[in-house]
Structures are given as structure tokens and as C-alpha cells.
Design a protein around this ligand. Structure first.
Ligand SMILES: Cc1cc2nc3c(=O)[nH]c(=O)nc-3n(C[C@H](O)[C@H](O)[C@H](O)COP(=O)(O)OP(=O)(O)OC[C@H]3O[C@@H](n4cnc5c(N)ncnc54)[C@H](O)[C@@H]3O)c2cc1C
Length: 423
């Protein structure tokens, strides 16, 4: 997945400047590596606080997961709250949950403040396919209300049918605070806001080495940045830059199709409220309406790291299992990208040295969390690390098996989870 991305998002991207590649040596307070939402958010916050910030992106702004994603901005963490409570204790888990809510508010605030045109809508449904999942959703609703003071609506089959024209789901949780947006335009909007705040952005400037000194030096093929602080926001695309980080995440491919424009009436007959939807399977389906009335439908994963043969056909098949009404709908775009899953699926934030910070491990749940994570790094760099360190205390392990065996072992684990989805 290193080629240009032919996605619906790329085809409908707002005009954005091309940034130059880094040449020569420059000095900054902070060097951010990675031009996704995490990196752009970190850079924007720091520039707003008066820091001189340089951002290095190996490809183009938004080229990674941020510009390819399902666009669902969802509260919480991919791991679910139980694992966070177990790892961090009840009180800290509650504080982390509240930070994730702040992530949603931050999106609303930035879209309004920086006039980011990114088709933002609120409302998200988490849908059960099986009675077992319906019970899980009921328990989750009770726990969210009791432990996190976060009310969501429980919808029985008929109520779900009033919103979604499909027989697939027997229940759902409806969360009015989560939502969806055009993730590439949001990322480009953050980069524009960062530039306006003084951030120097360089594209096609892949960091090849980070010299952990004070100041640190980040090298690219054609230049160097000397900076007091470094923030690594590279996600699953980190490659060989920092093996200690790479060993704790597994790049997992996930795939999306966008239909032809279906017209307002037809798309609204399938999804009556303009909400985003994901299901409760481990290998989940996720879908929503686009601003120009397409269905954007994502699902299936590849742990083998290979772009599977005919992704479009396989993802379309999953789409038709939800909306058989769409057999005649043409698929205009099909694309994929990598998510950075950790073993526990909890986010992995921390420091490689006292002045080298990193954000990773969003585990496919990063549209809202990356933004607020950037704010937390910025706070830590400014000397207020309390909220950042709530996350650094989460324990993370390397994937077992070493470089050769870890993918096969994960494929096996994956088969087990897939079988659970079928039961
Ligand atoms: C297909 C797909 C669907 C998804 N759907 C959803 C969803 O609906 N909801 C949700 O919450 N999350 C979703 N996610 C996950 C979400 O998109 C990510 O968690 C989030 O965008 C991660 O942002 P990021 O800034 O950390 O990483 P990215 O957006 O991946 O940015 C990292 C950037 O770092 C750059 N980089 C890497 N190494 C270097 C280097 N050495 N030097 C310079 N630059 C470098 C890369 O080129 C890349 O642009 C999805 C992901 C995918 C792939």
C-alpha cells in the first residue's frame, strides 16, 4: 500500500498546497514526524502555544490511515473500557474516558474555529448481529451509564429497522455524541490550520534516523532537523524507523468501497438518519453515507499484510449481506489502509527518551483519539504531562514470535476470532 491512494476521499479532497521536501539543516523547538491527524494535531497545538514546529511527512499529508479511514469519530478506545479499567484502575479509566469525550469536542471546536469543510455529522450506532452481542450491548449501556456517566440509547430490532433498512441487526446502541466526517479533508484542514499557526511542513521527507540527544536530530535523505523535542506519530507506516515501537504494533489491512452516487432519496431509504454504523463483530463492518449520497462501506481485514486478491469483490459481498438492495449499485472506489493494533488494542503512548515522545496503537479507533492525543503530547512538552502519563502507564508487550513468526501466529489468532464471529 505504498502507491497513491485512489479513494473516494482523494477524489473529493479540498484543494491543498503541496509542501516542499526538506533540504539542508534547520532548527526547531519540536520536530513532529508523521502527517496524519496525530501529527498535525500535535503540531497545531504546539504552534498555538508559541513553539517553532517542523512536521516531516514521508509521503503527502493525510496519505496514511487518517486520509483513508471509515471516518467514524467514536468515543472511547478499541480495547473497550474493561481492559482500561483492569490496567489503569477505575478512577484513571474514568479520566481517560473523559479525555476521549474531549476528543470529540475537540473535533467540533476545530472544525468550527478553523472553518474545516469536512462533512461532519453527529450520531453513531453500534449494532448487534447475534443475541449474544445484544446482551453485550445491554451490559455496555448499563456500565457506560453507571461507571462513566455516559448515557447511550439501546435500540431493539424494530427501532434499528426504523433507521437502517436491513434485517441484519437485532439491536444497537445509539450514541448521539460520536459521529462521522471526511477524514482526509479533516486532516488537510488541520494541516492548513497548523501552517497558519506557523508550522513548517515538509512532504516527501521520510525520517530515516532519530538521534536521541538533546537537542535531537531527525534525518531525512536530504536534510536534518535539530529540535529540543521530537514527536513520532507514524502509525503502522513507521517501517524501520524505531524497531522498539514497530515490535509492539501489528499493521492490519482493512478495506473500504464507495458506491456510485445513489441519489439522496435512495441512500436515505437505506440509512434514514445520517449516522455512522459499525457492528459488534471482531472483524467488523462499518458504513455511512457520503456527502454526495454514496454508501461508504468498510470491512474485512488482512493480517497477512498482503493486499488480498480482489478486495473490491470481497468487500462488496459484505456490503450486500447488509444491503441486498444494492446489487445493481456500481462500485466507484475501492481502497485499503493499515491500522496499528497493539496486543491489548489499548493505545500505546510514551517516551523513547525524556525529549522523544510517541503516539501509536490506536488499533483502528483513532479518528477522535488521535486529535486529543496530539493535545496531550503538546501538554507534556509544555511541562504538563499528567494527562499524557495516564496513558503511558498502560503496559504494552511486543507481539510474540519475533519478526518471522508474529504474522503467522496472529493469522491463527485471527481465525479463532473469525470463528467466534460465526457462532
Ligand atoms: C481503512 C481504514 C479505516 C479506518 N476507519 C476508522 C474509523 O472509521 N474510525 C476510527 O476511529 N478509526 C478508523 N481507522 C483508524 C484511523 O484512521 C487511525 O487510527 C488514525 O487515522 C491514525 O492517525 P495517525 O495520525 O496516527 O496515523 P496516519 O494517519 O497513518 O499518519 C501517519 C503518517 O506518518 C507518516 N510516516 C510514517 N513513517 C514516517 C517517517 N519515517 N517519516 C515521515 N513520515 C512518516 C506516514 O506516511 C503517514 O502519513 C481506520 C483506518 C483505516 C486504514
Amino acid at each position: 500500500m505504498t502507491e497513491a491512494v485512489h479513494s473516494y476521499y482523494a477524489a473529493t479532497a479540498n484543494p491543498a498546497p503541496a509542501f516542499p521536501a526538506l533540504t539542508g539543516e534547520i532548527v526547531a523547538d519540536v520536530c513532529v514526524v508523521g502527517g496524519g491527524i496525530a501529527g498535525c494535531s500535535t503540531a497545531l497545538h504546539l504552534a498555538e502555544k508559541g513553539y517553532r514546529v517542523v512536521l516531516l511527512e514521508g509521503e503527502r499529508i493525510g496519505w496514511g490511515a487518517s486520509g483513508r479511514s471509515g471516518g467514524q469519530a467514536i468515543v472511547g478506545f478499541a480495547s473497550g473500557q474493561d481492559k482500561i479499567v483492569h490496567a489503569a484502575g477505575k478512577e484513571n479509566a474514568r479520566r481517560m474516558w473523559d479525555i476521549s469525550i474531549e476528543g470529540l469536542d475537540l473535533i467540533a471546536d476545530r472544525v468550527a474555529r478553523h472553518h474545516i469543510d469536512c462533512d461532519l455529522h453527529w450520531g453513531q450506532m453500534h449494532a448487534a448481529i447475534k443475541p449474544r452481542q445484544r446482551d453485550d450491548l445491554l451490559a455496555e449501556q448499563a456500565s457506560l451509564a453507571k461507571d462513566f456517566d455516559y448515557p447511550v440509547d439501546f435500540l431493539e430490532r424494530n427501532a434499528v429497522r426504523e433507521i437502517l433498512s436491513t434485517e441484519r441487526y437485532c439491536a444497537a446502541l445509539y450514541d448521539k455524541r460520536s459521529g462521522h466526517l471526511h477524514p482526509l479533508n479533516y486532516t488537510l484542514g488541520l494541516a492548513a490550520a497548523a501552517t497558519a499557526a506557523g508550522v513548517q511542513i515538509f512532504e516527501h521527507s521520510k525520517a530515516t534516523h532519530v538521534d536521541r540527544n538533546d537537542p535531537a536530530t531527525v534525518s531525512t535523505a536530504t536534510g536534518k532537523v535539530k529540535a529540543r523535542f521530537v514527536a513520532l506519530c507514524c502509525n503502522a507506516y513507521i517501517g524501520g524507523l524505531e524497531p522498539t515501537l514497530r515490535n509492539r504494533i501489528m499493521p492490519v489491512g482493512t478495506y473500504i468501497v464507495a458506491t456510485e452516487p445513489l441519489g439522496e432519496e435512495r441512500i436515505a431509504s437505506l440509512i434514514r438518519r445520517n449516522v455512522a454504523v459499525s457492528d459488534a463483530n471482531f472483524v467488523l463492518d462499518y458504513f455511512r453515507r457520503s456527502a454526495d449520497h454514496r454508501l461508504i462501506f468498510g470491512g474485512r481485514v488482512s493480517y497477512s499484510g498482503l493486499d488480498p486478491f480482489n478486495t473490491q469483490r470481497a468487500t462488496r459481498k459484505r456490503m450486500l449481506a447488509v444491503f441486498p438492495q444494492l446489487t445493481d449499485a456500481r462500485i466507484d472506489f475501492a481502497w485499503g489502509g493499515y491500522v496499528d493494533i497493539t496486543l491489548s488494542r489499548a493505545p500505546d503512548f510514551g517516551r523513547l527518551a525524556s525529549n522523544i515522545f510517541y503516539l501509536q496503537g490506536f488499533s483502528g479507533h483513532g479518528i477522535a483519539l488521535t486529535g486529543i492525543a496530539g493535545k496531550l503530547v503538546a501538554e507534556a512538552i509544555c511541562g504538563q504531562a499528567e494527562r499524557f502519563d495516564l496513558f503511558t502507564r498502560l503496559d504494552h508487550r511486543n507481539f510474540p514470535g519475533g519478526p518471522l513468526l508474529r504474522t503467522p501466529s496472529l493469522v491463527l489468532a485471527m481465525l479463532w476470532y473469525r470463528m467466534r464471529d460465526w457462532l
